[in-house]
Design a protein around this ligand. Sequence first.
Ligand code: PLP
Length: 389
Amino acid sequence: MNTEFSSKAVLEAIRSVVQSDNTTISLHEPKLAGNEWTYVKECLDSGWVSSVGKFVDRFEDDLAAYTGAKRAIAVVNGTAALHICLILSGVVPGDEVLIPALTFIATANAVSYCGAVPHFIDSEEKTLGVDPGKLAAYLEDIAEQRQDGCYNRITGRRIKTLVPMHTFGHPLDIEPLIKICADFRIELVEDAAESFGSFYKGRHTGTFGRLAALSFNGNKIMTTGGGGAILTDDEELGRMAKHLTTTAKIPHRWEFNHDMIGYNYRLPNINAALGCAQLEQLSAFLDNKRALAGRYAQAFSEVPGVRFVREPEYCRSNYWLNAIILDEDFRNMRDEILEVTNSAGIMTRPAWTLMHRLPMFTDCPHMNLTISKSLVRRLVNIPSSAGLV
Ligand SMILES: *Cc1c(COP(=O)(O)O)cnc(C)c1O
């Protein structure tokens, strides 16, 4: 047992869990061990590979049933899902949208696609998601209510929507955010791209906001190759989401009429076929990931100076992507850990570069980001494939 912190101790802890046989261990690999072949073959045999087909309908119904959302609309990827969620939440060009600085680029890109300005907010150490207390205090400071919503007194722009993100699959503290959004008249859209299969107080993430985006990219907990979905409990928004993502075509037996500028964002049937097969295996993936996380937690409990990220209280996380966080005392060790593990064939990665540091977003407004900055310095993602156990 190691009694002192060292990058070697971190490497050994990971090795004790993933049992390296000298092949490279990737950060996250999909597992395609179910009915994928059968369902995709069915698409090929029937010719229904593209934008309509029975797997799209089935996938949407299955997603709604699993998450408890009234409607699920399958789309080409999670970024497209976020784009449509933002439009439907009422974001128009010139608005500001509050998003965490600690997120994947897709959240900020989707805001930009709307002609809106991302406004970066801080996260909390416990959940790695938006810090409700800090956000409320910040809004007290900068927000001003006008007839058509909440305004940023400093920039003069309307703050239309908040997009919290459930980082690495760990549900953030969503309840206080619902209240903050109601108090300040801000719309709530969840970026649940990483948290499919994660629950907050028994309810699926992505069912708290007016709308939410899921992703089924190749590196997510389950995959459709590329894909995503929009969740909503609002029938009218669900109808609009389907309409907007299918070129806003007015249904007719032969005529081509469109009543607004829509998007070609629908998920092809062949991808939905993969999704149906993956969804059948989701509970097995979740069990494997929980077991893997349990083993990591055990291994890292013996490494001083390192915290293995566990699910927050009241939550059930999908443990999509595991992470360790170094104590402040060892904050300069991150790069050495990345070096030692990757050289040993174990793929590890740092967290994303914070959004306000990227060249296209340096001029965007942001609050004090102390915790996000500290987290990025100290966080390392470690191998998390469901196939590792
Ligand atoms: C994966 C991801 C998305 C969406 O990604 P796509 O690759 O477009 O499906 C959005 N937000 C976050 C935080 C993600 O991790």
